[in-house]
Design a protein around this ligand. Sequence first.
Ligand code: SAM
Length: 315
Amino acid sequence: MEAEIKRFLEETAKTKLKKYHDFLLEKLATETREHGKSEEWDAILESIENSENPIKTEGDLLSIGDGKTDYSNALIKLKPWRKGPLVVGSTIIETEWRSNWKWERIKQQGIDLSEKFVLDIGAGNGYYLFRMLEAGAKVALGIDPTILFNYQFAAMQKLSSKNNAFLLPLRSEHLPAFKIFDVVFCLGVLYHRRSPIDQLKELLSFLKPKGKLVLETLILPEKENREILIPKDTYAKMSNVWFIPSKKVLQIMLQRSGFSQIEVVDVTTTSTKEQRSTEWMNFQSLSDFLDPKDENKTVEGYPAPTRALVIAEKP
Ligand SMILES: C[S@@+](CC[C@H](N)C(=O)[O-])C[C@H]1O[C@@H](n2cnc3c(N)ncnc32)[C@H](O)[C@@H]1O
């Protein structure tokens, strides 16, 4: 993982990100702690030999590595794999999420990424960073505090030719007010933050004027007829879901945080085909979080997960 930080510093030294290197290094030093499994994961990374292969999409799969070498012994030790699906070397990784479906919904909006600086908040293992590069982005920087996902990304990078996708183990609240990004993505993170307006204001501060936000978050289905749900305890067995607004309230939150041109471009109820347990993520998944007698409800009796995709602009 250290190698990934070094690569970020080297490859962005001649870009507008250079100015923020010292700030980010300071945050990496003060805000990240050694994970209990870091030694084990470092050894797994070591076992993967560097090679240079272009990252490409092959049908539904994001293809990493040479398509021939078997890395499954190493990859299996980096479970759970949530974002994909991937083929790494000769191994198909059926991830928990069919993230390509979410990416298709984003792609349909025709947001121009060519030669753009893009930031992905809560980037997971970096799956979307690679899709952003494929769509023409000049630099795709992601952050995600989950250390395992940073190791998964580092493993994928060891098998890939030089590219401008970078992932740092930081949280949104650790970042400076960059004011330089053309497009900021924040997919599936807002409801995990206790203070949504602060999160939205942070996103605004990362964008340059006229920059675009692509936000995806849980909302209440239209028929719910209420403005906000604050789960009493867990929501779909997750203890870190703090609020689910109606579409209207979400739009007001964005407006109040300083965004303009706010458009809800897609509303999709998550299906058990899109999010499910697999061999590569063998913990519980969506079907275990829904009421077995009524798939429109979570086990707690709340409306089942429905997600809005919103595009907004920094004035
Ligand atoms: C539900 S996942 C969404 C992943 C991906 N963006 C997607 O849409 O498929 C939420 C991710 O946000 C990350 N996360 C949680 N709190 C965060 C924070 N404060 N800043 C940045 N990322 C955060 C988690 O580690 C996790 O990988």
